[in-house]
Design a protein around this ligand. Structure first.
Ligand code: PMP
Length: 394
């Protein structure tokens, strides 16, 4: 076959993580590679019960086409519970249900970015978003982070140097991959910068509610006075990713464009899973469920970090995330984490090498570890094995 693909499609590459996940599916592999929620925490019995109820009581609606905007009771819950908890005062007219937040990321680039326009992102940033954006052939400008997240002076400098900046992409809470969190002052500043330069800010927040100590941070959107901040939320990490329910929260003017794009892409999100999710959240407390998840992940984070302190060479640094799913490991310059990964896989341990989280390349001496998926015993064993592999490089 000699079929010709569009320029756009020819440039797409398989996600390194998805490829890696295939290798790590073998049962003997201790995988710190994916970002999967712990499956044993899925509320299967309760979902089974409400699914039956939805079919019995509202089956004809649940299996039918529905509106592009999404199921109104679910959007109400998002407004009154999820967004409110993050300090955002909004209405259901500002919410569109998407097929996971991944779809909303793709739509964002489609809406705002022409070929060779600039997308500003954190350095490193979420690989899945970078891959989705790449289809629109942008240039990426990376902004360094410190312990308080993206550095605002560097961001403003980058905007001034790149007048064709069309979008700023941030993951402010327990960032994937670095585990870092943006301070409240910087969130405020970021909202101000969006309004000052009239650039949309895509605030991607799948992990904000998975906070191990204290209350969730206010969203960047909670400081948004002029409507330049677009917040993407999801139930993937707080409920279950298989349902593929995410959302966009934006000003009505901007949301209207997301709705048009959604219509063209797939008409609407799955009616049935939206209704099951809404029914579940009306009957049971999602907050209580999130508490259970937090308890387990916090223990796993503690155990992973303690094991790393105990077994890794002392020169190695890593982040101490206050929530979310990931810690980020810094090896000394010159070590390629891809080589370490190949060696680790021989010992049946996997992680994601850090290089692919930097859209402009370089930075090969880092890697990302996930602590949510493996149970306690496997975390300790996996870190011990990883430590013995890494020691050979020191
Ligand atoms: N954004 C970030 C930062 C993520 O880590 C993920 C999932 N790993 C997503 C978006 C996509 O999540 P979903 O489509 O399941 O909502």
């Amino acid at each position: 076959m000699n079929v010709e693909f569009s320029d756009r499609t020819s440039k797409l590459k398989a996600s390194e993580i998805r490829e890696l996940l295939k290798l790590t599916q073998k049962p003997e592999v201790i995988s710190f590679a994916g970002g999967l929620p712990a499956p044993e925490l899925f509320p299967i019995k309760r979902i089974e019960e409400v699914t039956k109820q939805v079919l019995e009581e509202k089956g004809e609606i649940a299996l039918q086409y529905s509106t592009t905007e999404g199921y109104a009771p679910l959007r109400e819950i998002i407004v009154n519970e999820r967004m409110a908890k993050n300090g955002v005062n909004t209405t259901i007219e500002n919410i569109l249900i998407t097929n996971g937040s991944q779809q909303a990321l793709e739509f964002s680039a489609k809406l705002f970015v022409n070929k060779d326009d600039v997308i500003i992102c954190e350095s490193p940033s979420y690989l899945g978003a970078l891959n989705a954006f790449k289809a629109y052939e942008p240039k990426f400008v990376e902004i360094p982070m410190d312990d308080d997240g993206m550095q605002m002076d560097k961001l403003e400098e980058a905007i001034k140097n790149n007048p064709n900046t069309k979008m700023i992409y941030t993951i402010p809470d327990f960032q994937n991959p670095s585990g870092k969190t943006m301070s409240i002052e910087r969130r405020k500043k970021l909202a101000e910068i969006g309004a000052k330069y009239k650039i949309p800010i895509i605030e991607d927040s799948p992990y904000g509610e998975l906070i191990f100590e204290g209350k969730p941070y206010p969203c960047v959107k909670s400081f948004d006075k002029e409507g330049y901040v677009i917040t993407l939320g999801t139930f993937s990490k707080t409920f279950c990713p298989g349902f593929r329910i995410g959302w966009v929260c934006a000003s009505k003017e901007i949301l209207q464009k997301y709705i048009l794009v959604k219509q063209g892409a797939d008409l609407q999100a799955n009616t049935f899973t939206q209704m099951i999710a809404a029914e579940f959240m009306q009957k049971y407390s999602l907050d209580e469920h999130i508490k259970k998840i937090i308890d387990v992940y916090k223990k796993r984070r503690d155990l992973m970090l303690e094991s790393m302190e105990k077994y890794f060479p002392k020169e190695i640094t890593f982040t101490y995330p206050k929530g979310g799913l990931f810690t980020w490991v810094n090896l000394k310059e010159g070590i390629d984490a891809v080589d370490v990964n190949v060696d680790a896989l021989k010992q049946n341990v996997a992680f994601v090498p850090g290089g692919s989280f930097f859209p402009n390349g370089g930075n090969k001496n880092h890697f990302r570890l996930n602590y949510s998926t493996m149970d306690e015993e496997h975390i300790v064993e996996g870190i011990k094995r990883l430590a013995s592999v890494i020691k050979k490089y020191y």
